[in-house]
Design a binder for this molecule. Sequence first.
Ligand SMILES: O=C[C@H](O)[C@H](O)[C@H](O)COP(=O)(O)O
Length: 237
Amino acid sequence: MSSSLIEQAKQKAAYQAVDEHVLPSHRVIGVGSGSTVVHVINRLLQRDPELNAKTVFVPTSFQSRGILLDGGLKVGDVEQYPNVDVTIDGADEVDSQLNAIKGGGGAHLQEKVVAEAANKFVIVADYRKDSKLLGEQWTKGVPIEVVPFAWRAVQKKLQDMGSKDAELRMAVAKAGPVVTDNGNFLIDAPFGLIREPAQLLKDLKLITGVVEVGLFCNMAEIAYFGCEDGSVRIRTK
Ligand SMILES: O=C[C@H](O)[C@H](O)[C@H](O)COP(=O)(O)O
């Protein structure tokens, strides 16, 4: 499939999710991160400007904050707005139970906080992210944000837990590791097919030095997948 068709699939999922879940009565909207969320923001910008002027948007990264500000929307944070009406975000992979891997762009810490602050968490993605089990299609591993000084110790623990290929994520246009929006490092830890994501999440969070894990378990209420044929597949819990 061409990249423009994939973009169309992302756009269809994003537009439908905004249309069905961002209501005129909502005053605080959580906005995730990544390439699919760009379409979410574009759709939000097509709403009645008077309605947008009465709404605060809570971004989850430097990326989404910048796009919201460029669009002239009012941004806030969870410290000011701990009660979010709905959060819409992308995902790297979603399983049949709506558990998700997130953090391919390193934004999962803020994303999880804003998703948990929301009354409803909605995922938007293209068909490549739709799996029966996590780890089927996203084979780079579970993104894990770690405090920098602990990265080697955390990597060793992950290897002991069976993720032999757990690797520090390296930057592309900079020498050295990726540094997150929160000043931390990332380790990508492959665990093969993840049959019990909630248990894995608990085990990973108990490792000292781990800040947050890119496994979102039992959080999403609904997921929209843009398909190859132009339709949108919806999965609910
Ligand atoms: O850290 C990044 C986020 O979790 C993204 O939502 C995720 O990587 C999906 O991004 P995209 O829509 O670009 O595939």
